[in-house]
Design a protein around this ligand. Structure first.
Ligand code: BES
Ligand code: ZN
Ligand code: ZN
Length: 501
């Protein structure tokens, strides 16, 4: 896939189609299409004059042979009502327009900056989000089919600018959009791939490739090394699995950033969650290959940080293991000692995410982080509370939570906060250890957060993203085909890009 700026005179372009957008109401029409067609094809400058285009959300119409309009097709994509506008509409509209172009087997599609004129955000931001949405919408997990394989290629998106507006933001837009989407799609593919392929060692290998490509530091702690270091919680979960577990640590440290306090991203890497001895029911158990989506999001973010040479020091910590029932597996009732020294009574071995994450969070302290963010498919309760398009965000710092929510909103990842009042700790009090790994059924997502909170120091801003609902989609979301979503990558990257001490 290529994304390039078109240069040269109008007559030398050879696009197969040009994309425009419009709102539903005539009074809210965007000016781009009219300017494009101008005097060339009178009567067609308003897409509502086309046979059936109404600017409805998800609606895409194609006008063939629009007179002398410099491309044999105009593809117009609906943004819905103007008063309900948000950038996600542009991402979706571009995704659907490009999918339509792929269906028509087009080679070169023009996306003009002027198609986004009149939108509330800056032209650079609108176009960037359009391209990102488009690329994400085109992505499909290639899988392991040996028959009836869809071809995934769509050769070229040509961006057409406006000399007057062309600044550095627009110049770097193709590189930025391709980097971000490659990271998101890496995460998606890791989540969609089966657990017999994506093992902890496989994730470590992906970490190794990223570290080689971009020169970041990689450390992979083996089970034995983790045990020697005292990571008794992580190894308790890992001890029931034959598949070798590991703790992957990546450090993106651009020249000159050595003295920065890093942002630390922690990702849950359960490559398959059977529930362990507290075995899950077998129905839909295959979905538990997605339980490493937090680690995948961190790996995806590192891919982008490397590709864009982001000038911020960032550390990624990914505890990776299967959660299996086995003769050696940890059991309900066991008391384990975490790296922090705190002891945990295991009530359910299926609440394993928090158990591996707590040692990763403790390990994070030694980096003296500016902030810590963990990303995890932690609780089914997050799916019940917020569904599949909004992740829960919890933490010890209002400002950070707000920032994550705000950045997420801009890049197309929705977060909604849940509280972490101290009294929730009552729910995990234990008779035999410092606390339990779960409470009763109430406030499941919050209890997960309260548990993790015990392992972060109060003076370090920390946020916990529960992405159990958003890591996977069973229905096509236009910007994301069915499968892994790569949720979290864009927010993590943007946090690192924007971070200022
Ligand atoms: N991996 C699951 C959570 C999950 C559920 C992820 C649905 C993705 C989709 C997690 O390890 C788990 O099993 N959580 C339990 C916690 C409970 C035992 C406190 C749950 O949510 O039921
Ligand atoms: Zn579990
Ligand atoms: Zn899990």
């Amino acid at each position: 896939m290529q994304v390039n700026w078109l240069r040269g005179s109008m007559e030398t372009w050879a696009g197969d189609a040009v994309i425009f957008f419009d709102f539903e109401k005539a009074s809210d029409r965007l000016p781009g299409l009219k300017r494009w067609i101008g005097a060339r094809a009178k009567g067609l400058e308003d897409a509502s004059a086309w046979l059936d285009f109404k600017g409805k959300p998800q609606q895409v119409s194609v006008l063939f042979n629009p007179g002398d309009a410099l491309a044999p097709r105009i593809v117009c994509s609906g943004l819905g009502p103007a008063d309900k506008f948000e950038m996600e509409k542009v991402r979706i509209a571009t995704a659907l327009a490009l999918r339509k172009c792929r269906e028509m087997q087009l080679q070169r599609v023009i996306l003009p900056l002027m198609a986004l004129d009149g939108l509330p955000e800056s032209p650079a931001e609108s176009l960037r989000e359009a391209v990102i949405g488009g690329l994400l919408g085109l992505h499909r997990y290639s899988g392991y089919k040996t028959r009836d394989v869809d071809s995934n290629d769509f050769p070229e998106i040509l961006l057409l600018g406006d000399e007057a507006l062309h600044g550095p933001d627009l110049e770097s837009l193709p590189v930025h959009a391709l980097a971000v989407t490659s990271g998101v799609c890496l995460a998606r593919d890791l989540v969609s791939a089966p657990a017999n392929i994506v093992t902890p060692s496989y994730l470590a290998q992906v970490g190794g490739e990223i570290s080689k490509r971009y020169g970041c530091l990689l450390k992979v702690l083996s089970f034995e090394e983790a045990r020697t270091l005292g990571m008794g919680a992580f190894t308790a979960v890992a001890q029931g699995s034959r598949e070798p577990a590991c703790m992957i640590i990546l450090e993106h440290c651009p020249p000159g950033a050595e003295s920065q306090r890093p942002l630390v991203f922690v990702g849950k890497g359960i490559t398959f969650d059977t529930g362990g001895i507290s075995l899950k029911p077998s129905e839909k158990l295959d979905a538990m290959k997605q339980d490493m989506a937090g680690a995948a999001a961190v790996l995806g973010a590192f891919e982008v940080l490397g590709r864009l040479s982001v000038g911020r020091r960032v550390v990624g910590i990914m505890p990776c293991t299967e959660n299996m029932p086995d003769g050696q597996a940890y059991k309900p009732g066991d008391v384990i000692k975490s790296l922090s020294g705190l002891t945990i009574e295991i009530i359910s071995t299926d609440a394993e995410g928090r158990v591996i994450l707590c040692d990763a969070l403790t390990h994070a302290r030694q980096y003296k982080p500016a902030i810590v963010i963990d990303v995890a498919t932690l609780t089914g309760a997050a799916v019940i509370a917020l569904g599949n398009q909004v992740a829960a965000i919890l933490g010890n710092h209002e400002g950070l939570i707000h920032k994550v929510q705000e950045i997420g909103r801009r890049v197309g990842e929705r977060f909604w906060p849940l509280p972490l009042y101290d009294f929730y700790f009552e729910g995990i009090k234990s008779e035999v250890a410092d606390f339990k790994n779960l409470g009763d059924r109430s406030a499941g997502t919050i209890i997960g957060g309260i548990f993790l909170k015990q392992f972060v120091s109060e003076d370090i801003p920390w946020a916990h993203m529960d992405i159990a609902g958003t890591a996977w989609t069973t229905k096509d979301l236009s910007v994301c085909a069915q499968g892994g979503t790569g949720f979290g990558v864009r927010t993590l990257v943007e946090l690192a890009r924007q971070w200022e001490d």
